[in-house]
Design a protein around this ligand. Structure first.
Ligand code: PLP
Length: 398
């Protein structure tokens, strides 16, 4: 008796696994600082929680329409108009159980076996696995650290074949923090038009941009870009609502309807109560998101500042999201006190966990073995303490 090839070949999420390890160590009484988790440490704002509590009291606890309640679809439409200048009808919007589920639905709806999907690398861990689960083939467009991990049409064009069907964009990017400019997006939109590609634009971190960057959705660049783009986003990061599991996709009505069909056989509707709360989050006051962004920005300065002082480590200034992606390859070849050679992002991450008691994610999981990813969605105190520990551990390498 064996499980399927599909399940066996799947690479489970490394980021979730590292957070689970950190949680387990903490439960065992070990003082671990977790830089692994892509989850804000903030609490969901009270005005959002209140709506959910009221929904329970009102008995709003039954199945809803598979693709989301009208109230939430209207709130999504309002948000996309208000923040992105994009107009969508209810039939063009699907609400799912987190942005992850939205993306899974998108790839399932778009891909046939053998279709190729361009994924900029370093990439968020789930893109390649979701593409493979849909029968597609990931093709990586490797961005260069020297060019701030930016992606433009020159990087993508040589990778296109008659089988290329989808271009994935993730701006701001997890893990690099790179946020694309209008010029870069315009070039990519033109390429998608010339080669008739779908664009999947993951804008989960759009509310968290820094250094004066203005987020722009590629779908807002004109009629053609609008028609071929599926915009995907999530309530998780911008509203500190990771556990509520609400994400959404907007785009061509026929694809959205196909996704809804898939969802009707998988999960049915996302949680009714969470949907009411999500509508309040999107349509209500945005002050708490702005406040969280300011706090993330302070933490970003603090962590980048510290990493830059560590010999052997290079660190760019991320423009968005809440991750730093330092290059640690300058430390490879050195030895730990117990004689182990640091030779890769995985050995370095294990060394940090064992010696410094800090959890980070090896860059290899995102497609670059020269880097590690640290999330600064944790308290300033954790950042200060964690950086002290990391600096001491790195200084002790021989
Ligand atoms: N897209 C990116 C780039 C992410 O980093 C994440 C979460 O880490 C998601 C989508 C999905 O988030 P969720 O499923 O919590 O909405």
């Amino acid at each position: 008796m064996r499980s399927s090839q599909r399940a066996t070949n799947l690479h489970p999420s490394a980021t979730l696994a590292i957070s689970a390890t950190a949680r387990r160590m903490r439960a065992e009484g070990i003082d671990v600082i977790n830089f692994g988790s892509g989850e804000p440490d903030f609490d969901t704002p009270d005005h959002i929680k209140d709506v959910a509590i009221q929904a329970i009291r009102d008995g709003f606890t039954r199945y809803t329409a598979t693709g989301g309640i009208d109230e939430l679809k209207d709130a999504v439409a309002l948000k996309l108009k208000r923040d992105n200048g994009l107009a969508y009808t209810r039939r063009q919007i699907l609400v799912s159980c987190g942005g992850k589920h939205s993306l899974y639905n998108v790839f399932q709806a778009l891909l046939d076996p053998g279709d190729e999907v361009i994924i900029p690398a370093p990439y968020w861990v789930s893109f390649p696995e979701m593409v493979k689960l849909s029968g597609g083939t990931p093709v990586f467009a490797h961005t260069a650290e020297e060019r701030d991990f930016r992606i433009d049409r020159r990087l993508v064009e040589p990778l296109l074949t008659p089988r290329t069907k989808v271009l994935v964009l993730n701006t701001p990017c997890n893990p690099t923090g790179a946020a694309l400019t209008r010029t870069e997006l315009a070039g990519l939109a033109a390429l998608a038009r010339e080669r008739d590609l779908w664009i999947v634009s993951d804008e989960t971190y759009e509310a968290l941009v820094y250094n004066g960057h203005q987020h722009l959705s590629i779908a807002a660049l004109g009629e053609d870009a609008y028609a071929r783009t599926l915009v995907v986003s999530s309530l998780s990061k911008a509203y500190a609502m990771t556990g509520w599991r609400i994400g959404y996709a907007a785009g061509a009505a026929d694809v959205i309807q196909a996704m809804e069909g898939l969802q009707s056989q998988m999960t049915s509707n996302p949680t009714s109560i969470a949907q009411r709360a999500a509508a309040a989050a999107l349509a209500g006051p945005q002050d708490s998101t702005r406040q969280m962004r300011l706090e993330f920005d302070c933490r970003r300065h603090a962590i980048v500042g510290r990493l830059k002082t560590m010999p052997g480590i290079r660190c760019l200034d991320p423009q968005g999201a809440f991750y730093v992606f330092p290059n640690v390859s300058g430390l490879y070849g050195r030895r730990t006190a117990s004689g182990t050679r640091v030779a890769s992002s995985s050995t370095f991450a294990s060394f940090l966990l064992e010696t410094a008691r800090i959890a980070v994610v090896p860059g290899i999981e995102f497609g670059s073995d020269a880097h590690i990813r640290l999330s600064y969605a944790c308290s300033m105190e954790s950042i200060e303490q964690g950086m002290d520990r990391m600096a001491a551990a790195v200084a002790a390498l021989q």
